[in-house]
Write a protein that binds this ligand. Structure first.
Ligand SMILES: Cc1ncc(COP(=O)(O)O)c(C=O)c1O
Length: 383
């Protein structure tokens, strides 16, 4: 088996050794429960948890550490933010707005709320995968409670106009939630500039560990009063019961600190390599389509459709590349990607698409080899 070239950073990234180092003491030495304040090890664990929270807040540009609630990842953060914001604002109305290319961890909670009687407007996207802000403006109503708009799409890397959407939502008295899972580690992000009231994060997309993330809840007037999803011991100020994942929180904090230091450089490097991958493949093959807005996208991602081949067959013929045909969560499903379909990519082409997402460790040599292998297999399958 040849070495596999890993180009699936949007599914998960390797946990950085500095991050592992920051987490290690909290497994066997400093293992006490942060809620056990009756003894010194417990109080020390609590201090470490709060220090991690302060670091996360600082790295994301939150105004205060109290705005950060640790979760098991972005899926939980999305569910918590959407459910909780909806439940807290029923006096305002029962209308929610989002868009068609959101991650299933946003679309599914919205579908559940719809079954419970909420009205949900899902905006379409343009050819490039971005919402039209004019359409958002028209969709907003006096009874709109929440707009949920992702920062960057996991399949195409396309960036949504979140700050603009937040301003529009606020003008109509609605909150804005942003699924920012694909942001940290790939682009520098500042919650103050983003303008979101709620945002979701995941450590394993940013060179941190799996199973930990955070939801950001803007403090303000009126304060966001959220309903917890889990009943239990009332940890995380009552919002997220369950013994805090201290190694995970320390890992998320370390990953975000590292991201703050190196994202500028990583982003420029991966963008050059990503562009090279695209150019080599597009110069070498006919019938390749690049999916997604080229001016507004993550620096590490490209999504390419290959006319005349089947995406699954292409994937199967490339065991030496770790790439994907859709989001990891739905890659078992045989239908063409709903994200590409929403962008107007015809079903045949959408089914013949691959997502390449580079990590900060991807090398020039790997990109050259990956481009060669893709061209070889596409030619073979077409032939
Ligand atoms: C945009 C987006 N949102 C949410 C998630 C879910 O994140 P997690 O794996 O932390 O639950 C993902 C992961 O695939 C994602 O890409």
């Amino acid at each position: 088996m040849p070495d596999v070239i890993y180009l699936d950073a949007n599914a998960s990234t390797p946990c950085d050794s500095q991050v592992v180092h920051a987490m290690l003491p909290f497994f066997a030495e400093r293992f006490a429960n942060p809620s056990s304040r009756s003894h010194t090890p417990g109080r020390e664990a609590f201090s470490a948890l709060e220090e991690a929270r302060r670091t996360v807040a600082r790295c994301l540009g939150a105004a205060s550490a109290t705005e950060i609630v640790f979760t098991s990842g972005a899926t939980e953060a999305n569910n918590l933010a959407i459910r909780a914001a909806a439940a807290a604002r029923t006096d305002h109305g029962r209308h929610l707005v989002s868009q068609k290319t959101e991650h299933p961890s946003v679309l599914q909670p919205l579908a559940a709320l719809r079954r419970e009687g909420w009205e949900v407007t899902l905006l379409g996207v343009d050819e490039g995968g971005r919402i039209r802000t004019g359409e958002l403006e028209q969709a907003l109503r006096p009874d709109t409670v929440l707009v949920s708009l992702m920062l960057a799409n996991n399949e195409t890397g396309v960036l949504q106009p979140v700050a603009e959407a937040a301003a529009l939502a606020h003008a109509r008295g609605a909150l804005l939630h942003c699924d920012a899972a694909q942001g940290p580690g790939k682009l520098l992000l500042d919650l103050g500039e983003l303008g979101a009231d709620l945002a979701s994060f995941s450590a394993h997309k940013a060179y941190g560990p799996k199973g930990v993330g955070a939801v950001y809840l803007r403090r303000g007037r009126p304060p966001l009063r959220l309903e917890p999803m889990l009943a239990g011991g009332g940890q995380e100020r009552g919002l997220r019961s369950g013994t805090p994942n201290l190694p995970g929180a320390a890992g998320l904090a370390a990953a975000l600190e590292l991201a703050a230091e190196r994202t500028d450089e990583d982003a420029s490097r991966t963008a050059i390599l990503r562009d090279r991958l695209e150019q080599e493949i597009m110069n070498g093959l006919d019938g390749v389509r690049r999916n997604g807005d080229l001016r507004h996208r993550l620096p590490n991602t490209t999504n390419l459709s290959f006319a005349g081949v089947d995406g699954s067959a292409l994937l199967a013929s490339l065991p030496d590349l770790a790439v994907s045909t859709g989001s990891a969560c739905s890659s078992a499903a045989p239908e063409p990607s709903p994200v590409l379909r929403a962008m107007g990519v015809p079903p045949g082409l959408a089914a013949a698409s691959l997502r390449f997402s580079l990590t900060r460790h991807t090398t020039e040599e790997e990109i050259g080899r990956a481009a060669q292998r893709v061209m070889e297999e596409v030619r073979r399958l077409r032939g």
